[in-house]
Design a protein around this ligand. Structure first.
Ligand code: UDP
Ligand code: MG
Length: 330
């Protein structure tokens, strides 16, 4: 690493975990970490669990588990603010030299972390990101839409998104500070990670099924997530709207010229109200569609202009600081 550090400095790795109704998954996660922490030694692991308005005992279970990991925190939101807000809160509170972001359900295998830690120290990269090799175990319709989304957004936006990229990542302090410096309220984290730049090493792994509980995403919430991703990182839909409007105007002018010429040359009476009705409906539809697109961007501007906080904390628990016994735990 380029930073000057004294020889006795022990790296702290903050593990940020957004949790929404994960009381069943958390014990499994910590069990896994009992093993992983040994491999990471002498680096010290501290958790930042973010309870994103869970209806179950996620906070209580989290506190009990985090108590034996010095310097860990459990943030409790006042309600459900969504995974992106939970990630932001976690990154803000993480104090470690490195910050790992992972899901609570073991779909982001903690066993990969030692490898990621090795890479970020040995290679000249500021983050180690992960992507799934395949979408095995996912409903085919969902996979198809996900692929379509990545194709579309990569065509439309300068910010590149990797298909199958997970949020699971190990980041350097520099990288985390850059992500935190982006203050927008509509946070599409995958895009923000890509936007800040820096060299990133991509690790691939086979898809893993959820350990316990159930996924919080419905098809419609994923669709909303996709739309917010596109409107946050691309203004191409607005350009498309303008181009389609322009083309339709041209077509209308040409049609008008054609009708006038035909009337003057052949003396044809203008007839055919059904075709006219179809045209009116078509153009009306196109106008409404693009008004909707415009509205989406306006809504984003409105949302940002309110400058509301991204989350509201109800409670913040910190386990005993581990200054005295760095490297070991209770
Ligand atoms: N999550 C969250 N807030 C939400 C929904 C999900 O913090 O509103 C967390 C959830 O607890 C998990 C992670 O985000 O740790 C990923 O959620 P999930 O497993 O439901 O998503 P999937 O793996 O199906 O994409
Ligand atoms: Mg999951």
């Amino acid at each position: 690493m380029s930073q000057n550090r004294t020889d006795d400095h022990v790296d702290a790795i903050s593990v940020v975990v957004p949790c929404h109704n994960e009381e069943q998954s958390l014990p499994l996660l910590f069990e896994e970490f009992e093993r992983v922490a040994a491999e990471l030694a002498p680096a010290r692991v501290e958790f930042v669990l973010v309870d994103d308005g869970s209806a179950d005992a996620t906070s209580e279970v989290g506190r009990r588990l985090a108590a034996s990991w010095p310097g860990s925190q459990v943030l409790t939101f006042s309600r459900n603010f969504g995974k992106e807000a939970a990630i932001f809160a976690g990154l803000q509170h993480a104090k470690g030299d490195y910050v790992a972001l992972m899901d609570a359900d073991l779909q982001d295998p903690p066993a990969l972390l030692p490898e990621m830690y090795r890479i970020i120290r040995e290679e000249d990269v500021e983050s180690v990101a992960t992507r799934r090799k395949d979408r095995a175990g996912e409903p085919p319709v969902r996979s198809a839409f996900a692929r379509l989304f990545y194709r579309m957004i990569n065509r439309m936006s300068e910010t590149e998104l990797v298909d199958g990229a997970r949020d699971y990542r190990l980041m350097s302090r520099k990288f985390v500070d850059a992500v935190l410096s982006l203050g927008e309220s509509n946070r599409f984290t995958k895009g923000l990670f890509s936007w800040v730049g820096f060299k990133t090493h991509w690790l691939e792994y086979a898809n893993v099924e959820r350990s316990a509980g159930s996924s919080q995403w419905s098809f419609f919430s994923l669709a909303r997530y996709a739309i917010s991703g596109i409107t946050a990182f691309s203004t191409t839909p607005l350009v498309v709207a303008s181009v389609v409007g322009l083309v339709l105007c041209l077509v209308a002018v040409l049609a008008l010229v054609f009708i006038i010429v035909r009337w003057a040359v052949a003396g044809d009476p203008v007839s055919g109200w059904p075709s006219l009705a179809c045209m009116i409906i078509f153009i009306g539809g196109v106008q409404l569609l693009f008004l909707g697109v415009l509205g989406q961007y306006l809504a984003n501007v409105y949302g940002e202009s309110k400058h509301r906080p991204i989350y509201v904390l109800d409670d913040c628990y910190t386990s005993a600081e581990g200054e005295g016994d760095e490297g070991g735990r209770g």
